[in-house]
Design a protein around this ligand. Sequence first.
Ligand code: HPA
Length: 276
Amino acid sequence: MSDLLARLDEAAAAVRGRTTVRPTIGVVAGSGLGAFADSLEDPVVVPFGEIPHFPAPTVPGHSGALVVGRVAGVPTAALKGRVHAYEGYSLDDVVFPVRVLGRLGARILILTNAAGAINPDFAPGDLMLLSDHINLLGNPLTGPNQARLGPRFPDMSAAYDRDLRERAAAACSRVGATAHEGVYIAVPGPSYETPAEIRMARTLGADAVGMSTVPEVIAARHMGLRVLALSCLTNRAAGVSDEPLDHGDVLAVTERLKSTLLKVLTRIVVEAAKAP
Ligand code: HPA
């Protein structure tokens, strides 16, 4: 058994030993969006530090715990907080928690993030369902392939599941949240982009920009999970407005959207569980 598989199985065993719930849906709650993990029913909270080989987050707004419980009866595992490449973690570390969700039995992965709006028709406070991505962040599958996880050259032509996206769009409209569809461009950070970089991203077809999610999506698709990803647009990207960018503002917007996001995610999980 490869070292990676051994590490994944040790981590999954540590979580399984703490709960009888066997999650079918995995959720990654990004910047300031941890309220979802706190809302699970009958939660078993396993701090990242108590799971073998799990990386520990270093950014304010990303305390780290894996929470296993139920959402309206649906067995779910939520990662409260994630680690990013800009913290100095390898992409192997960045995607490790998501791979553990897959090893725990999740068939569907739902990711949230905070992102800057590039598309001028999208406003801070709106949501964006990812229809596709542009990856400038590096690939977590670089290196020897673990054939027991997935193929050497996984297809990314339909990385974001259309059926889940339609269910999510319906859930957003029922809750009264504005949700667009669009292309997310992943950048390494941690400095925000320059206005020239954002003009380039717009020219390339990107609607929103952020520093996460795509490595996890690639690792999840590699393992055959169905993926839904949702951006909380917290600001206009650099140069789209004259406002300077500030992480405090990003957290303030996610805080303001907390109850809407909670409702949206809860509905999405329930709807996703019905997906064939
Ligand atoms: N750029 C990159 N990442 C982000 C942004 C942004 O404008 N807003 C929130 N995350």
